[in-house]
Design a protein around this ligand. Structure first.
Ligand code: GTP
Ligand code: MG
Length: 440
């Protein structure tokens, strides 16, 4: 990692977590997830404060009484970080930080920080920086307050500090514009690669799902590749595409990408929108869910919400209940499958259910294929080769007028072949052939 992340300092952060939850049932789940996020970011959780309230406090997020308790908690545990399990508005963040005399960050910042640690490609890094700066802009003045408190305000006090704040706001806005321009440039390069990929008439499948559901493990299992698999959250950030051969002879392109999470920060969805949209532009979505997770259905719902935001909610989808090796209640698993259209239970770890998943993929592919009947001129054996490579050839006859081919191919290839559609009657066949020979 070249750049030190916001969270990681030389010492391990000692974090106190704070949450306000209306739904008592959700509390343990939200708590566990926040702890997992903190561990992923490399911090140690030294204490917890939970409050059940209908609505967070406008000024402090938690009530004033709880704020005093939190201040005492910070002193007792020598915490150097308070993490709030929600998105704080700039005023709440400032007030709380002043009251507890400790750095306060929210769940959004924590997730942005993890993304910053994870980003590998130039595009990934640019997108994370953009999300971070967009988040920071309305909160810049908080940083100054923090700085004044820590540094005794020397050099940033009063009017001078204000002027500096304005200058810095301008600088941040300029940097945001610059980042957007750079992202647009990187994107146009990727667009070219994508057009090239689209020219290959392989059907495309995208793995989507909650973070840590096992998407990369499934990519590895199906393609024999070695994408990064990690128990920590958001192991994968940048999309990876692999070719997968199905037992019935078809090949598909399978793309693995960033996982989703409940309340995925809007800044991140916005910054990653292009990457995500490209991914979900696939012909079929493979929605991977962790069947062993106690809140599997809640996680699936969160995934559907993000997909809806990306206008991909209506795509053909196979739901994959993964990690079935960890599920002891097989009856409950069967119920999940029965309740979810086009779903299958697998274990990427043991391979259980993988043949059935392959069958589901093959069946979904059938919906994308069309049967063509063409008469190819002898000069276009390249098209016959493409039918063999990317489709299934059912009949080939070398005749006087050309090569008669019946094949099942993707719609894309069928589009290319339609110029050669085989006419039924001989005189028309001659006309067609003549046209074919003159077409470019
Ligand atoms: N027991 C069991 N563990 C699994 C299975 N599939 C994945 N895992 C584990 O779950 C963890 C997350 O797996 P990944 O494949 O990295 O999950 P992912 O969905 O790609 O996660 P992100 O990239 O972080 O969004 C790893 O520790 C895997 O070893 C499975 O079928 N059974
Ligand atoms: Mg992954």
């Amino acid at each position: 990692m070249s750049k030190k992340s916001m969270l990681q300092t030389d010492e391990k952060e000692r974090a106190l977590i704070v949450s306000v939850e209306r739904d008592e049932e959700l509390l343990p789940y939200a708590r566990e997830e926040l702890i997992a996020l903190l561990e992923t970011a490399g911090a140690e959780v030294v204490g917890e404060f939970h409050q059940r309230r209908n609505k967070p406090d406008v000024a402090y997020y938690i009530g004033t009484g709880k704020t005093s308790e939190l201040y005492a908690g910070v002193q007792d545990t020598a915490a150097n970080l308070v993490v709030v399990d929600s998105e704080l508005n700039p005023v709440q963040a400032r007030n709380l930080e002043e009251a507890v005399k400790c750095r306060v960050i929210d769940r959004t910042q924590l997730i942005l920080d993890i993304f910053a640690q994870r980003a590998q490609t130039r595009e990934g890094k640019l997108q994370v920086s953009l999300a971070q700066l967009t988040y920071l802009l309305p909160r810049l003045s908080n940083l100054y307050t923090r700085f004044e408190r820590q540094q005794g305000g020397i050099g940033v006090r009063g009017g001078q500090g204000e002027t500096k704040l304005e200058t810095d706001r301008r600088k941040v806005r300029d940097t945001i514009r610059d980042l957007e321009a750079q992202i647009a440039e990187v994107r146009s390069i990727r667009q070219t690669q994508r057009v090239y990929r689209k020219r290959l008439p392989f059907p495309t499948i995208a793995l989507v799902g909650y973070t840590s559901a096992g998407k990369s493990s499934i990519l590895n299992r199906l393609s024999g590749s070695e994408a990064l698999v990690d128990p920590r959250l958001f192991a994968t950030l940048d999309p990876t595409t692999r070719r997968v051969s199905l037992p019935d002879g078809w090949a598909v392109l399978l793309t693995d990408t960033v996982g989703f999470i409940r309340n995925l920060p809007t800044h991140l969805v916005a910054a990653f929108r292009a990457t995500l949209e490209e991914t979900v532009e696939a012909d079929i979505l493979l929605h991977v869910a962790d069947a062993s997770h106690p809140h599997c259905l809640l996680q699936m719902q969160a995934v559907h919400e993000v997909l809806d935001q990306l206008d991909a909610g209506e795509k053909p989808m196979i739901t994959v209940f993964n990690k079935c090796d960890l599920v002891s209640d097989r009856y409950a698993l069967q119920e999940k499958i029965a309740d979810t259209e086009n779903s299958v239970a697998i274990s990427a770890l043991t391979g259980e259910g993988v043949p059935e998943l392959m069958r589901h993929i093959s069946a979904a592919l059938q919906g994308l294929l069309v049967q063509v009947n063409v008469l190819l001129p002898y000069q276009r054996t390249d098209l016959l080769a493409q039918c063999h490579e990317y489709g299934r050839v059912e009949k080939v006859e070398y005749g006087e007028y050309g090569i008669e081919v019946t094949a099942c191919v993707t719609r894309y290839l069928a589009g290319h072949l339609q110029n050669f559609a085989s006419p039924e009657i001989m005189p028309e066949r001659e006309t067609a052939l003549a046209e074919n020979l003159t077409s470019p």
